[in-house]
Design a protein around this ligand. Sequence first.
Ligand code: MF3
Ligand code: CO
Length: 248
Amino acid sequence: MAMELKSKDEIRSIRKAGQIVAACHKAIAKRIAPGVTTLEIDRFAERFMLERGAYPAQKGYKGYPYSICASVNEVVCHGFPDMVPLSQGDIVTIDMVADVDGWKADSAWTYAIGTPSRETGRLLKMTKLALNRGIAEAKPGNRLGDIGHAIQQCAEQAGLRVITSFTGHGIGRLLHEPPQVDSKGRAGHGERLREGMVITIEPILTIGNANVYIGTDGWTARTIDGTMSAQFEHTVAITELGPVVLTR
Ligand code: MF3
Ligand code: CO
């Protein structure tokens, strides 16, 4: 499949889905606390989307069984929601996709439960900054490598590592469309960014070793050394005015 450019109308459709994802994240941010389980958050997010006319598009995607991914502490991504209560000092990445009338938007935030340690707080802050540095490069004329380079620079200057086994992607009618959007790269290299591209930018950073392994459920990815990882993701349109975040 070739990379698809979206019309302004199509971008508006993706934004509708994006607004629901953003509102859902805000609602979760208010509710998340010690004692809450990720299965409760899954039920909440599913109902939140369905009540607003959106379908939680991760559910059933390649057989994925839940509406959200909930990745606690050393889980890098694609963790299954479960009945374990979150506790003070944990972090959890909640990743979700809303589909409205066939158009999809994808966003992940990492939440701290209670007050994070200094080291963990810094990981969250820098991962968010890396995402924003990547977004700033998402404008016509730049190249994919500019996005990856900005993310990688930001992470490495902070003494953190980028987990490169998972990437961003084009998004629209399908959850995963070309191009692949790496969180590493060389400035000035890779595919040219063009007006009408809609992509996700989704850096995952860790304090420790950036290698991962997949658990026996076939989905849950963990850092091999058990150190924490964090992820922030937005769906971004590349427009004549520059990057427009559709999931904010
Ligand atoms: N939202 C994820 C992403 O960023 C999708 C994970 S695949 C799923 O690409 F099946 F777990 F949903
Ligand atoms: Co994504």
